[in-house]
Every structure is written in structure tokens, then in C-alpha cells.
Design a protein around this ligand. Structure first.
Ligand code: RFL
Ligand code: PHB
Length: 391
């Protein structure tokens, strides 16, 4: 098979790139290890920055998002006895939207169906070749066990944190940075109306807790748990008890309403950056190049921001032979990547409790400053609600 752009990975980065290239008349083929059903049901992110919403809308993907997405003005930050609202709209003029990654994924899938562009699901043994030439190609085994080869002008690795693309860059040509945090998140989805109008990020001596949501009938919660936690250790009862304790704030009779849990998973917390995000005719986008801990709600938004830069860069390269934007892509994207890496690290270390009592005092002091100083609040709001595309 031959195409202009071979895209590895049908997550949000891969499908959005295919969509934006198609709008410029550029053909792509996406290959994906998982099934379409799996990819569309995978529960992950829930918060879209304003710039992500704007980009999806401009790309013609905003219809269901406008009807079903839930705009939020800000978040609550709390610690025992105190809950404070940060109003992003007041502070920065920008809002965020609650709209699950599952829904973004379905909207992208539908748009790809409508365009009739090819997505090959359930492939295995993906390998990248001849990336230093103008004729790179990808090999894989299709779901009937047949070997296949995809020739392209450009290969884009959108294959997330476990895909092969990032290590296809020769070791001597890449640099990586990483940090593993000494805790994980236990994430649960509940069939119950949210007990809050805005997300609650809670510092608590027992550990961090987050109350998020997906709709007026579905709530999403996270609890800080030790790294080696087995989901089986957390019965529904234990989860609700921990959430009520950590999210409670002893004021105004606020109460958490429990309901049936429909999904439970443990996710490790990690920061990772690999640069450059381009090697010859290989470009990396999204989690393939960088991973942030989810405390700042940045991962999906960063993947979209990468693609927002990459699509016009590849358009200039493939339609006009203009190499400039493609050569600038890595440095341009990495500015935002490092800003979001810092913000996600900062939110994570401010809110997750450790055994160190000195650290706890620093965290509480930081939380008091962020919620009482306009400068502190605006800094958080600007980073959370989103820097403009191209930052
Ligand atoms: P994805 O979504 O991981 O997609 C990569 C795709 O590549 C496929 N793949 C391969 N395909 C072909 N050949 C191979 N060898 C392959 N190896 C892998 C995979 O199957 C997959 O389909 O990466 P992408 O597109 O870069 O998108 C990134 C986002 O998914 C990720 O950053 C976010 O989900 C992170 N994240 C959040 N981000 C936010 O912006 N806001 C949030 O509120 C938020 N919450 C979260 C999150 C991530 C979470 N988890 C589970 C990691 C909450 C959670 C729980
Ligand atoms: C989510 O709703 O899944 C979510 C929200 C905010 C975060 C992380 C995850 O910071």
C-alpha cells in the first residue's frame, strides 16, 4: 500500500491529524493495534481546554461537542476545612469543557468514516523503516496474520506511551527526561449525578482526591493510592468512604452522593519528554513524545496542540515543498510541552501528600497563596484553561 502520510496509532492525535490533513487534500493511512471498539471505549481524559474546543470546532468536529459538552468556569481547590473556587473566565477570559475522550474519539471515528479514509485496526508487529530517506515505510501484520507494507512520504508516530515510534529514533539522536512519582491514581466511574458544579481538587492528609464528571448522570473520581496498589484491594465501600473523607470539607453540610461504580483502574503517574520530536521523515505527536501526570488535565490537550502545529507543517512540506515549518515543528511544539510538563508536575507535587511533614506545610502554604492572591490564581488559571495554540 502507498499513501502520503503513514500514521501509527488511532488515538486522538492520529485520527485528528488524519482529519486535518484530509481537509488539505492530503491522503493518510492510520494503523492501530487495538480494535475500534476498544479505542472508543477506553476511559481517559475528560477536560478540554478552550483552544482544543476551538480547534475541533473549526475542523468541523464541534457539533456534538457544542450540544453535549459542558462548559465550566473553573475548579475548586480544597484542603480540610476550606474550599475555594478559582474562576478561570474571570481570571483569563477562557473556560474549559467537560467532554470525555471517548466522545472525542467517536466523533473523530465518524468523521474518518465519512471521508472514507483508511484506518487499519488490530495490526501487530508494527516496525518503522528508512526514516532517514524520502521513502520511509512501515511494516506490520494485519488481523488475518498477513504481512503488510505501507510506503509513505512521511511517517507520524501517534502511538502513545507504549508504541514503537519513539524508539525508532536512533539513541544517539534522542534525549529523554523522566520522573516516576511515588504514587498512583485509582480512577472510578460512577452512575450518579455529580455532587458538585465544578471539579474539586482536594489535598488531604490521607492523600489527594479529585471529583470530576462526564455528564449530569455520570461522575468520575480519582484517589491517590500507593504505586503497587491492586484494584482488588479497593471494594466499592472502601472507595466511597475514602472519597467522602478526602472530599468532605466540613462546611455548609456538603455531601457526596454515592452510586454504582462501572469502571475501576489504577494508573501510574509519570512525566516523560523525548526530543527532538522529529527525526528525518519521522514526526512524533502526543503521548508518543511526552507523558504528563493527569493532575493538570493536559495530556489530551497537548496531543491536540502538537497536531495543530504538525498538520500545517506537513501540508507545507507535501504540497509546496516548503521544509521550514516541518523543520521548526519540534522546537515549536516543545515550548508548550515543557510548559505543560512543568504545570502538571507543579499541580501534582502541590496536591499529593507524602510522609514528609515539611512538604505538607509547603503544599498548604502554596494552596493558600494560589487561592488568595490574584497573581497566584491567575498563574494557575492561565496554565489550566489553556495557553493559546502556538504558545
Ligand atoms: P493514545 O490515546 O494513547 O493513542 C495511541 C494509540 O496508538 C496505538 N498503538 C499502536 N498502533 C499501531 N502500532 C503500534 N505498535 C501501536 N502501539 C500503540 C494505541 O493502541 C493507541 O490507540 O495517544 P494520543 O493520541 O497521543 O493521545 C493522548 C491522550 O490519550 C492522553 O494524553 C490523555 O488521555 C491523558 N489524560 C488526560 N489528558 C487530558 O488532557 N485531560 C484529562 O483530563 C486527562 N485525564 C488522561 C486522563 C489519561 C489517563 N490514562 C488512563 C492514561 C485520565 C486518565 C485516567
Ligand atoms: C477526568 O475527568 O478524567 C479528569 C479531570 C481532570 C484531571 C484529570 C482527569 O486533572
Amino acid at each position: 500500500m502507498r499513501t502520503q502520510v503513514a500514521i501509527i496509532g488511532a488515538g486522538p492525535a492520529g485520527l485528528l491529524l488524519s482529519h486535518l490533513l484530509d481537509a488539505q487534500g492530503i491522503e493518510s493511512v492510520v494503523i492501530e493495534t487495538r480494535s475500534r471498539e476498544y479505542v472508543e471505549a477506553r476511559i481517559r481524559a475528560g477536560i478540554l481546554e478552550q483552544s482544543t474546543v476551538d480547534l475541533l470546532t473549526e475542523a468541523g468536529l464541534g457539533e456534538r461537542l457544542a450540544a453535549e459538552g459542558d462548559p465550566h468556569r473553573g475548579i475548586y481547590l480544597q484542603w480540610p476545612e476550606e474550599r475555594h473556587h478559582l474562576d478561570f473566565v474571570e481570571l483569563t477570559g477562557r473556560a474549559v469543557t467537560v467532554y470525555g475522550q471517548t466522545e472525542v474519539q467517536k466523533d473523530l471515528g465518524k468523521a474518518r468514516d465519512a471521508a472514507g479514509q483508511q484506518i487499519v485496526y488490530e495490526v501487530s508487529e508494527t516496525a518503522l523503516h528508512d526514516l532517514g530517506t524520502d521513502r520511509p515505510y512501515v511494516t506490520y501484520t494485519d488481523n488475518n496474520g498477513r504481512p503488510a507494507r505501507l510506503d509513505a512520504e512521511v511517517v507520524v508516530g501517534c502511538d502513545g506511551s507504549f508504541g514503537p515510534s519513539r524508539s525508532a529514533v536512533p539513541e544517539a539522536a534522542r534525549q529523554t527526561w523522566q520522573r516516576a512519582y511515588p504514587y498512583s491514581w485509582l480512577g472510578v466511574l460512577a452512575d450518579v449525578a455529580p455532587s458538585t458544579d465544578e471539579l474539586i481538587y482536594a489535598w488531604h492528609p490521607d492523600g489527594f482526591a479529585l471529583h470530576s464528571m462526564r455528564s449530569s448522570t455520570v461522575s468520575r473520581f480519582y484517589l491517590q493510592v500507593p504505586t503497587d496498589t491492586d484494584v482488588a484491594q479497593w471494594s466499592d465501600e472502601r472507595i466511597w468512604e475514602a472519597l467522602a473523607t478526602r472530599l468532605g470539607h466540613g462546611q455548609n453540610g456538603w455531601q457526596l452522593t454515592p452510586g454504582p461504580l462501572t469502571d475501576k483502574s489504577v494508573l501510574p503517574m509519570r512525566s516523560f519528554v523525548q526530543q527532538p520530536m522529529r527525526h528525518g521523515r519521522l514526526f512524533l505527536a502526543g503521548d508518543a513524545a511526552h507523558i504528563v501526570p493527569p493532575t493538570g488535565a493536559k495530556g489530551l490537550n497537548l496531543a491536540v496542540a502538537d497536531v495543530a502545529l504538525l498538520a500545517p507543517a506537513l501540508t507545507a512540506l507535501l504540497l509546496k515543498g516548503d521544509r521550514g515549518p516541518a523543520e521548526a515543528y519540534s522546537a515549536d511544539a516543545l515550548r508548550r510541552v515543557w510548559r505543560c510538563t512543568h504545570f502538571s508536575w507543579w499541580m501534582t507535587t502541590m496536591l499529593h501528600t507524602s510522609a514528609d511533614p515539611f512538604e505538607a506545610q509547603l503544599q498548604l502554604s502554596q494552596l493558600r497563596w494560589v487561592t488568595s492572591s490574584e497573581a497566584g490564581a491567575r498563574g494557575l488559571a492561565e496554565n489550566y484553561a489553556g495557553l493559546p495554540i502556538g504558545f
